[in-house]
Design a protein around this ligand. Sequence first.
Ligand SMILES: [Zn+2]
Length: 279
Amino acid sequence: MIIRMFKLRLLNAIAPAYFFSATTVTFIFHFYFFIPTIFQSPGISLRASTVIHTGVFLYLMLNALGNYVMAIKYPAESSHETVIPACSADCSDKIDAHYLLNGRHFCKLCKKIILRRDHHCFFTGNCIGNKNMRYFIMFCIYTSCTCLYSLVLGVAFLTVEYNISFENPLTFLTLLPLSTGYFFLGVISGLQLFLVLMLYVWLGIGLVCAGFCCQQVLLVARGQTYCQMKRGQLVESRNSWKDNLSDVFGSRWALGFFLPVQTVEAFPRDIAVQHHKHD
Ligand SMILES: [Zn+2]
């Protein structure tokens, strides 16, 4: 049990570091390799395509990083109980959280009792609940778009710079094993192998984020959480799917879709808690 918790705490520290490292590497590849190489034109200092691709990349990054910050800035609702209740007898959550009564969870990593908890996100180091679910979903969408966009530009870079044709799908599948072999034979440099490796990283993160995002949107529309799904508690919500979505995405959801801004108003429950505190 202690070793398992140590692994989770280690993951909680490594995942954000991995996220920022991958972001920095993506920035460097875009501005030092992809854009100057793919869109270069002799005699013309600045082309429209350079401006457009730089703008698209920065916009995707702004939304990915902005929603990442918002998910941490506006954390999941938590109760301010000082005494941690004991885990219920039928608790099956032995990994990162205790299931308590009334849908509450005690997150062992956040050390808080989270209301309407969905899951603990290791990349943000925070629990995801109804309050920050919108930012988390938008973070997944824009991270997926950024990764897949980087993959496309990475493939274009290899085509322009090294005349590698990707018309045959097998070219991409055999790229990593061949590049690894060429690296050990001294044919290609470590940087070139790293770029090839990043293509697979972008593809992997892009697909995982897109899949996870779809699952979360479906759960939100059903008025369910990932915790409930894991516990096999997928019962029909009393509200309509529109109410469930607006509960999470807020009334200004369209604005939040394009910019990382606050669109979720305070819940009546928060106001009630605040009134209770003032009493
Ligand atoms: Zn947590």
